[in-house]
Design a protein around this ligand. Structure first.
Ligand SMILES: [Zn+2]
Ligand SMILES: [Zn+2]
Length: 285
């Protein structure tokens, strides 16, 4: 079975980094955010009871680092109950094949992401022409061919529940990717937003490097449906989260989160939607 699971042919190390690289932040006692180069992984679960899941699987070639982070937090030979994906872009599944081989745990994703995770469909080519900075320009080198997790990947339950994490529910937040999901916990209003919105201007290399806090819509070069992306941000804002971990950038909480999410919803066209690019049609807005 394992011999059938693999990355796409264009899988490779991407030389991009930020000052957050290698930094772990305990956002809440059972919510830990760790930055792999330029992307965040999240460990949900309290280290006291060893019952946890991994949300997203980092950059290509980061499996050893992820296993080290987990050993440091949960102890030797710890493994999550499952890997849960916000979506299947290369920077969120970069180590998933090695991790599944090592841990033999299931991966869960929204049903609309399954074709990109089972070798059936490639993501659209990144838009290097989109209005934006250097990261957009380097985006043609990003892997977009599908990985193949075979029958190791399962569809998230349709009732909104999250396997092994009874307090969490998943919310469909498409736009950046068709089956993009975010995770929300009612009791403390904690949100794992994935790339539905981010707290760094991801298109700009300098800002990615410094991780300067700046709430923004999803990374532009990979977002194909801006209207849906806007609706998704509205959905998340309506939940009034108290703290949010995003796929890129630093965690954000309290008034800063409330205010900037509101601002993003109200000014999504100016803040998030690029002025030009192949997936942009401003006439529709
Ligand atoms: Zn993405
Ligand atoms: Zn991303």
């Amino acid at each position: 079975m394992d011999k059938d699971i693999s990355y796409g042919n264009d899988y490779k190390f991407i030389p991009a980094t930020s000052i957050g690289n290698g930094l772990g932040i305990e956002v809440l006692p059972d919510l830990y955010c760790y930055t792999i180069q330029i992307v965040n992984i999240v460990l949900v679960g309290n280290p006291k009871n060893n019952d946890f899941v991994l949300v997203d699987a980092g950059m290509p070639h980061s499996a050893n680092e992820i296993m080290d982070v987990i050993e440091d937090r949960f102890g030797r030979n710890s493994r999550p109950k499952a890997i849960i994906l916000t979506h299947g872009h290369f920077d969120h599944v970069g180590a998933v094949i090695e991790l599944v081989k090592e841990w033999q745990v299931p991966v869960y994703a929204h049903e609309l992401e399954i074709p990109y995770l089972t070798g059936k469909e490639s993501y659209p080519n990144p838009d290097a022409s989109v209005e934006g900075g250097m990261v957009a320009k380097m985006s043609p080198m990003f892997p977009n061919e599908p990985i193949n997790l075979g029958n190791h990947v399962e569809t998230l339950p349709s009732d909104g529940s999250v396997p092994h994490m009874p307090d969490l529910r998943w919310i469909h937040t498409p736009g950046h990717a068709p089956g993009h999901v975010s995770f929300f916990r009612e009791k403390d209003r904690a949100l794992i937003a994935g790339d539905a919105f981010v707290t760094v201007k991801q298109d700009f290399l300098y800002k990615v490097f410094t991780q300067e806090l700046e709430i923004n819509g999803p990374p532009r070069y990979l977002t194909t449906d801006w209207q849906a992306a806007w609706e998704s941000v509205k959905k998340l804002e309506a939940l009034k989260p108290s703290v949010a971990i995003t796929g890129h950038g630093v965690p954000i909480s309290g008034e800063t989160l409330t205010d900037s999410l509101q601002k993003l919803v109200q000014n999504f066209e100016q803040i998030a939607i690029p002025d030009y690019g192949k997936y942009v049609d401003k006439r529709k807005h």
